[in-house]
Design a protein around this ligand. Structure first.
Ligand SMILES: NC(=O)c1ccc[n+]([C@@H]2O[C@H](COP(=O)([O-])OP(=O)(O)OC[C@H]3O[C@@H](n4cnc5c(N)ncnc54)[C@H](O)[C@@H]3O)[C@@H](O)[C@H]2O)c1
Ligand SMILES: [Zn+2]
Length: 363
């Protein structure tokens, strides 16, 4: 087994492999499953762009069953899970079967959940194909689906048996999706690593030589946090920076927009609003707030948050599963590279933050 040029990161119960030759390691990983039924979960885009490469490089997968779902966050639902559980049962998948999730965060979140619950749990492997899933969603063991318009309400913690990251899959991803993933990298930098922030500010997407660095720096930041607090009783909440408001905006957009915001685009707006709140009550300096906002606004198109819909956004935030008691809880920045979790914020301050975001785009 050649393991040249492969980066290996140990997680709590598993491993992540990153590199151009990552399928050599996958071949070894698949050996115990050569007499098992193997399923590959894809959407129409990973069916088109990724599955052939995967199967050609791994002989064991020649007989795998392909399970295809429609792409998009609107399909990360229990209805689609029902269809997939039904298909697994029709194929007589048993406890020794393996599910390979080949796709973005929707596929790795939902596939992980389906595998974790089918017959009380079958093994699954993540092969993330978007920047967002390579640097964030495929690692850390959070699986699940949306429910009644709210993000990730149904799910379990369960790590993939292995995560295999082939950066070249990003070559077919469009710019909008690359930027969506970049938002999670910006988040990793803002909560933990001011040096990484400086590199990201300059832009790391256009030159594919930077991708490996981007993927491994982000995974290392996330993994270190998750190792300390796998079930999010404390430190893991740092990773929610930008997401209290971001998830509300993402849910709102899914309900109201013909072309909904991507996860990372909503998180980018969330990070601007939550940086504003950080200046108001967590000691973030005005200079750093301005730096954060101009960097983020430099990458993402403006989005109009309608005043008349602010109450709907606040209701969505109140329903966020991260809240405890009655308050709306945030992770806030004290400076670039440092954050505090469990910070309660008054509704008035949140409304100011939404107005602040709009004001930046109307000047
Ligand atoms: N579990 C976690 O820790 C975690 C962390 C962050 C985000 N998430 C979740 O991840 C989801 C977002 O993930 P995403 O941004 O990857 O979205 P996605 O899975 O919807 O993928 C985005 C689009 O890219 C397409 N695509 C995928 N790979 C491609 C490729 N190689 N070439 C061309 N097109 C390709 C997909 O078909 C889709 O249309 C959200 O549901 C979010 O809640 C989970
Ligand atoms: Zn996210």
């Amino acid at each position: 087994m050649s393991i040249n040029n492969i980066i290996n990161i140990k997680t709590k119960t598993s491993e992540v492999f990153v590199g151009d030759e990552v399928f050599n390691v996958l071949n070894e990983y698949l050996r115990p499953y050569r007499n098992s039924k193997i399923f590959i979960l894809v959407d129409e885009n990973t069916l088109k762009h990724c599955v052939t490469e995967l199967i050609t490089q791994n002989k064991v997968l020649h007989n795998a069953e392909i399970l295809e779902i429609d792409s998009g966050e609107e399909n990360k639902t229990l209805d689609v899970c029902y269809q997939l559980w039904k298909t697994l049962a029709e194929y007589r998948a048993d406890r020794n079967s393996l599910l390979i999730n080949l796709g973005g965060g929707v596929i790795t979140d939902m596939g992980g959940f389906i595998a974790s619950t089918y017959k009380r749990g079958i093994d699954f492997i993540n092969i993330p194909t978007t920047l967002l899933s390579q640097i964030d969603a495929s690692v850390g063991g959070k699986t699940g689906v949306d429910f009644e318009g709210l993000k990730n309400v149904i799910g379990v913690f369960n790590e993939a048996k292995g995560v295999f990251i082939y950066p070249d899959f990003l070559k077919t991803l469009d710019k909008r999706q690359m930027l969506s993933g970049y938002a999670e990298a910006l988040k990793h930098a803002l909560i933990k690593d001011s040096k990484y922030w400086k590199a990201l500010e300059k832009g790391m997407l256009s030159d594919s030589k930077n991708w490996l660095k981007l993927i491994t720096t982000s995974i290392n930041i996330k993994n270190e946090i998750v190792l300390n607090d796998p079930f999010e009783s404390g430190e893991r909440k740092l990773l929610n920076f930008g997401h209290t408001i971001g998830h509300a905006i993402e849910s709102y957009s899914l309900l109201n927009d013909a072309i909904p915001l991507c996860h990372g685009e909503a998180v980018a707006i969330g990070m601007i609003c939550e940086s504003y709140i950080s200046r108001q009550q967590q000691g973030l300096s005005n200079d750093e707030l301005i730096k954060i906002c101009s960097t983020i606004n430099g990458f993402y198109k403006p989005y109009e948050l309608k005043n008349s819909d602010f109450h709907q956004l606040i209701e969505l935030m109140k329903n966020d599963k991260k809240n405890e008691n009655n308050g709306i809880i945030f992770t806030l920045l004290s400076k670039i590279g440092e954050a505090d979790f469990n910070q309660e914020v008054e509704v008035e301050v949140i409304l100011d933050a939404l107005n602040y975001y709009n004001s930046l785009n109307n000047d």
